[in-house]
Design a protein around this ligand. Sequence first.
Ligand code: GLU
Length: 304
Amino acid sequence: MQLRTRFAPSPTGLLHVGNAYSALLCRQWAQENGAELLLRIEDIDHTRCRPQFIESILEDLAWLGIEWPQPVRIQSRHLEDYRSAIHRLRELGVIYPCFCTRKSIRQEMERMALAPHAGDVAGLYPGICRDLSEGERAKRMEKYPFAWRLDIGKALAKVELPLIWREADGTAQAALIDHDEVIGRKDISFSYHLSVVVDDAIQGITDIIRGEDLKAATGIHRLLQRLLELPEPTYHHHRLLKTTSGERLAKRNSATTLASLRGMGIAPEQLRGFLLNQQQPVWPFAEQDNNNNREKIVRLLGNS
Ligand code: GLU
């Protein structure tokens, strides 16, 4: 069987060193296992994704030494695939329209907090729209925007249990799903969870290499794969590149971008050497780029 993995960035900003670390782990695994490495652009979130970031991702990855076959799958060009998966889940009777707003959910949670054991429901969707009648649903669907939620009870009743996924270290991980997750957003009628499992199946991905921040989402992915009768990939959740104070690098805290490293004259092999040769994945520079940082980066990466 042809082994295949993918790197699947979202074009919400410039690629940073944390993204580069993940991309390099995908590349390394592909090289060591004679696997194909695909690139996929995950841009269904039209509120945060920008076309110019797709261009910069392609440039940055090429600079980093990542190669990928054409054509690159760009999710926003395949919305029909995700809509038909929603359709299938509707036919199975495992999703329901949810008309709640953040505010109405919070109010219901507060109301429930009056009950004993209220602590148990913190952070969960309290099922407000789960048991609406068909007639009420139809009426509201004509008038109000709605999300699609998975009815976890009904969904689990449809699939073979136990629901587990295989992690690359050989462990079987139990899929723990504690509430009716949104799998269709109000604005676009599907979600990351749905598009990612549909695409992994369409692209024949056998091994998913991604950050451990996505481990908690794997249970829901596994459930969707079973419901939609899709193949079961193996998951390799890797540690995240962190700052010395233990914070994960992220776009929102101005992690060093690949574009800024290029601007400093860092060569791709220096960055590859630095990121792949550490025991603990740490980026030991303050998060904000400044001149002091720049000197340190050039010195340290120059020696790697
Ligand atoms: N697009 C996701 C991200 O940028 C990655 C999804 C995945 O690897 O499953 O975080």
